[in-house]
Every structure is written in C-alpha cells, then in structure tokens.
Design a protein around this ligand. Structure first.
Ligand SMILES: [Zn+2]
Length: 291
C-alpha cells in the first residue's frame, strides 16, 4: 500500500466546487487533483492538475509545492511530485518538464528524454510547450496564476502541454502548438481536445498600461477579454483570450474544456504568484498518453 493510500482524504466541499465547472476536483485520497471531464471521458490520456493540498512543504510554499524555482527545498519538491504522480501510477523520476521562460517555443520529447527536468540540475530545455507521441511519458508543467493548456489528438496518439501567462498568451502559444501538430503530424484542429487549467481571473488580474496596450494592439481591448475601469486601469482575462484564440484556429467549442476556478480567489486550494507577491509555490499539471 502506498503512502498516498494510507493518508486520509483531505476534506473539501467538492460538490460546491464541481457544480460550477467542467474541470472537476477529485479528493479520493490525500492528494486532491483536478481533471477536465472532456479529456477524462476520451479515455485515451492521463492528466491532472494539482492543488496546494496534501504535500510536505511548509511556510509560504505549503504544502504541495512542485517547482524547484521557489523558496522550497529540493527534497520537499521531489517528495511532493512523488505523492502527486503516485496518484496516477507514474514514476515522478521519469516525467519530463522544461525550464519555463514565458516564451512560445516548443519541444518534442520521446523515450530518450525520460527524467528531463525531474531533478534539480538535470538536463532541461528552455521552452513553454511540450509535445510527445510516446506512450507513458508524462509531460509536466508548473503554474501559479498562469494557465496550462492541455492539447490532445483523437486522430493520432499525441499529447501536448503548454504554459501561458500574459507573454505566452500575447504570443499565441496555444495556436502555435496547434499549428505545429497540424503541420508536423497531419492532425487537424477539429480532431483535437483542449482543456485550460485554473488560472488567475479577470477580477484579480489588473495589468499596467504597457501590457494593456500590447493586448489592445492585438485586438483584445474589450470585454470579455479586457475590462477598462473608471481610472483607466485594465484587467485582463487570460482564459477568455486563450479560448478565443483556440476557437479561431479551428478547435471546436464542444472540444474545448476549461476551469472557471481562479488561482488567486481560492487561497485554500491554489498558489497565486500575484496574490502572494511572488513568495509562493507552484501547482503541477501533467498529460500522458495511456500505455
Ligand atoms: Zn480571482
């Protein structure tokens, strides 16, 4: 019996949370996680998005911090990753992740890449989107307010995972990954399922004039994408912009799932870089082709 099975489930009112969203929260064991109903029902992929609950970290990173680039110890991060991936029967030491640089580059991973980014100092590429056609190779990414975009193909075995903050969103990282998959593997956007993780909501995401102007120039200057307030400050909706970009490049509405949970509004459940003024942990998201 694993440690995960021995520890009691954490008490969360999942009914309340799950009522409003398609990205459901599960807390069968000590490690609660969220899953897109759409991706889960396809039966082809394993995936999940963590909360901050069930880990061993303390202080600002309490408790399931999964990223090394925080105030946490590497030992805690590794233990937390182990607990999370144990839930899905994957070996955390064989997962792959990249150094996220808020860019729009992507990289393809195969069986020779098992373990990239799994340990501090291990070989790691700099990119914000990961793609694989390899079975049982979990792609992982980290976020605290930024959005993770899960993209899977129903036509050919393929999964991708992208990380989008404002820079990635402005750079259209979602459509870039979709285009790459179409050009490289011949999978059309209508044969892709996409899910967007919890991320910071519009109410919590006020941006400066420099960022607002960039988005306005790209055509995202009105509701629901941007909200200009009486004092001329702007709030940005990363979820709405990413969804619009994905629809525009051919992803069907029925094939796009999202979480309406805000990482900043839900302090008990999530880390938030903005709310916690940078002193915080990171959630992990992963996607893998089932063996
Ligand atoms: Zn919020």
């Amino acid at each position: 019996m694993s440690n995960a099975e021995r520890r009691p489930a954490i008490k969360i009112d999942t009914d309340l949370i799950n009522e409003a969203i398609k990205f459901k929260l599960y807390n069968k064991t000590a490690i609660p996680y969220l899953q897109s109903t759409l991706l889960a029902e396809s039966g082809l992929f394993d995936h999940g998005f963590s909360t901050r609950l069930g880990g061993c970290s303390t202080g600002p990173t309490a408790s399931l911090n999964t990223a090394f680039h925080t105030e946490d110890s590497a030992e805690n991060v590794l233990e937390n990753r182990r607990r999370f991936f144990d839930e899905f029967n994957y070996d955390y030491r064989k997962t792959v992740s990249a150094i996220q640089v808020h860019g729009t580059d992507l990289a393809v991973f195969d069986s020779s890449n098992h373990g990239e980014g799994a340990f501090p100092g291990s070989t790691c590429r700099e990119c914000d989107a990961l793609v694989t056609t390899e079975k049982s190779l979990p792609l992982a990414a980290y976020a605290a307010d930024c959005m993770l975009i899960y993209i899977v193909s129903t036509a050919k075995p393929l999964v991708a995972l992208a990380h989008a903050g404002w820079r990635g969103t402005l750079g259209e990282i979602g459509p870039r990954v979709i285009d790459f998959i179409t050009n490289q593997y011949g999978v059309q956007p209508e044969n892709m399922l996409v899910a967007l993780s919890p991320a910071i909501c519009r109410d919590c995401y006020q941006v400066g004039a420099d960022i607002a102007n960039k988005f306005a120039s790209a055509g995202w200057n009105e509701l629901p994408y941007m909200e200009t307030q009486a004092d001329n400050t702007c709030k940005l909706d990363l979820k709405e912009i990413n969804m619009a970009q994905l629809h525009r490049c051919g992803v069907k509405k029925d094939n796009l799932d999202y979480s309406s949970l805000c990482t900043s509004c839900n302090k008990e459940l999530f880390y938030s870089y903005r709310r916690d003024l940078g002193s915080t942990g990171r959630m992990i998201g992963f996607a893998a082709l089932k063996f």
